[in-house]
Design a binder for this molecule. Structure first.
Ligand code: SAM
Ligand code: SF4
Length: 349
């Protein structure tokens, strides 16, 4: 059987006509780093083993969703590579009919160790988070991380043939924003696909957010040949390249969830490590899926349960008003989920 040639039984469509085809799975809330923008210094109250969705539960959930049109999965966390059995899990995920695309977001610390096995298990696309190219700053931002391990992980992934490898970078004002040009030169030298993600003040304050536009303007001042690529309607990232022959392999992407949200085309759902469905990164509402998965409900009943929840998906988060001249002030006036207890490691980024 060709597992990619799999026709959905029915589709998951929300109240605004958007079809869900993409699931982001937070595999664990645990992490071997404590990035300043993601987790508090002394960690968070971690889930016990029994509170977490088991691999069997996740696989069952994906199996159901694949029958209803979901074809793309991203594994994230916490740090997905700290969860035992992750390679085996990826292999099983890769065998689910209808799942065409599996990607992972990792901090890269354990990538050198696992890259071969992950690749052989069927993972081909990987995003590696890297917020500083300076040992000291990296250590500070990650509260103890080792930059060399991540760089080694990137090299190993390249050598093995992961394609594409994307580097995710969050620049924060007054923190690591001075490294903008270092990152650009790093991407050019290593022919990388580097994406700047706007800092999202989940549970924190907005003052350090730098909009994509501000970064693009700065890069253009240094590189006159910095040009937008053709817009890919499916991509959440706006991509640029260097049009001169010498520098033309690096791709620089900008993900602007705050200043230019992509809610109109939102095709995604998220599940947290504890089995809570989140309809949007920016709203705190969560819906339990663990109970229904273990209730003996039929796939169709699970579908109906999800379809019902899906009708509550918001049209957009209320962060955006591009007509306002002062973008950062505008962001400050908006209403993001910031109850002080939600951290990105729980939701999965
Ligand atoms: N541990 C993995 C990693 O760091 O790549 C996966 C989980 S992490 C929560 C997923 C992504 O979310 C990372 O690229 C990280 O940089 C990003 N992230 C975390 N907190 C963020 C924030 N407040 N604003 C923007 N991006 C954030
Ligand atoms: Fe861990 Fe990733 Fe959060 Fe950093 S961003 S603390 S690596 S989950």
């Amino acid at each position: 059987m060709d597992i990619n040639n799999h026709e959905p039984v029915q589709l998951l469509v929300d109240g605004f006509g958007r079809q869900i085809t993409y699931l982001r799975i937070s595999l664990t809330d645990r992490c071997n780093l404590r990035c300043v923008y993601c987790m508090p210094e002394d960690g968070v109250q971690l889930l016990s083993h029994s509170e977490m969705l088991s691999y069997e539960e996740i696989l069952k959930f994906v199996n159901v969703l694949a029958d209803y049109g979901v074809n793309k999965i991203r594994i994230t966390g916490g740090e997905p590579l700290v969860r035992k059995g992750v390679v085996n899990f990826i292999e099983k995920l890769n065998n689910i009919a209808g799942i065409k695309d599996i990607a992972m977001t990792t901090n890269g610390i354990l990538l050198d160790k696992y890259a071969h096995d992950l690749y052989n298990a069927g993972l081909k696309r990987i995003n590696i988070s890297l917020d500083s190219l300076d040992n000291k700053i990296f250590g500070k931002l990650t509260r103890g991380g080792n930059l060399d391990s991540v760089l080694k992980g990137i090299d190993t992934a390249k050598a093995i043939g992961f394609e594409p490898i994307k580097i995710n970078t969050v620049l924060m004002r007054g923190n690591n924003d001075k490294e903008l040009m270092n990152f650009i030169n790093f991407a050019i030298k290593n022919e990388l696909n580097l994406r700047f993600i706007e800092y999202m003040p989940i549970g924190q304050n907005i003052n350090q957010t730098i909009t994509s536009k501000e970064l693009i303007d700065k890069i253009k001042m240094e590189y006159k040949d910095f040009k937008p690529k053709k817009i890919d309607a499916c991509s959440v990232s706006k991509e640029y390249y260097f049009s001169s022959q010498k520098n033309n392999k690096a791709v620089i992407g900008f993900i602007s969830p705050l200043s230019e949200h992509f809610c109109n085309d939102c095709n995604r759902l998220r599940i947290t490590a504890s089995g809570k469905l989140r309809l949007c990164l920016f709203y705190d509402e969560e819906y339990d899926i663990k109970e229904i998965l273990n209730s003996g409900a039929s796939d169709e009943d699970i579908y109906k349960y999800l379809l019902n929840i899906l009708q509550k998906k918001h049209q957009a988060h209320l962060f955006n008003n591009r007509n306002n001249k002062n973008e950062t002030n505008n962001l400050q006036n908006s209403n993001i989920a910031t109850d002080g207890n939600i951290y990105m490691n729980k939701i999965g980024g």
